[in-house]
Design a protein around this ligand. Sequence first.
Ligand code: ADP
Ligand code: MG
Length: 273
Amino acid sequence: MSLIEVNEVSYIYENDDNEKPALKDVSINIESGDFIAVIGSNGSGKSTLAKLLNVLLLPSEGDILVNGLNSRDKKNTWKIRQQVGMVFQNPDNQLVASMVEDDVAFGPENLGIPAEKIRERVDKSLEMVGMAGFQKFAPHKLSGGQKQRVAIAGVIAMEPDCIVLDEPTAMLDPRGRKEVMDTIEFLNKEKNITVIHITHFMEEAAGADKILVMHQGEVIHQGNPREIFRKVSELKEVNLDVPVAVEVAEILRQNQIKVPDILTIDELVDSLC
Ligand code: ADP
Ligand code: MG
């Protein structure tokens, strides 16, 4: 059994006049331990997919199973939300308390975890995101990257199997972005938390195990980063970029300079020097 099974799922927003589905017949399997990146231009359905995984929305058609639990069944809603945590783009909307530790405790409190266990979980979660010692800080005094890591700690404190991050780095400066990416990678590699990372930074997607490419509500390509970023012209057609190193390698090839399959700047430098 996969950790998450999305079976022929479509979603139509009821308030949407044109009734074009935001998601069309999407089927994907996510295995425990996966690091998945989801890319796609604006309006391609990425956030809708994320909300369906977290039971903020229910499929118009098809089913979503998390550890075998169907999201349609009301008694599964909170079990699934505990197992699939959600991190959004703007940490300011996720941090509500006046102290970091209260924000991180919010999720476990809602799950009914006993008070003495909550402190343990808060401390452990803050340590896991590299924010140990910030318990008493006011969230609004932190940098963007720090805030987003506190938001991630709040999700981790619920001990989920999987976290879905919807463009978590979009509002951050390069340093904050790196902090958040390092944190996500650590949680996946060292803590075996499954990660579904929606991003419009192709360099970030290149580090995933697998990439889903969305276009007009459909998953049009799936594969590892090398397979996906070989499709330079197909990606450009749907308004997506490729990592800079891939782009440069492609231009070199067009100019009859031989370069192997390239994904990262380091690989490009190695091949040229
Ligand atoms: P993405 O996250 O890839 O930008 P979304 O999932 O937000 O895409 O949107 C997919 C489609 O659904 C778009 O056409 C968008 O306009 C539409 N949509 C998103 N949210 C709503 C909503 N609350 N009401 C009506 N239509 C929506
Ligand atoms: Mg979105």
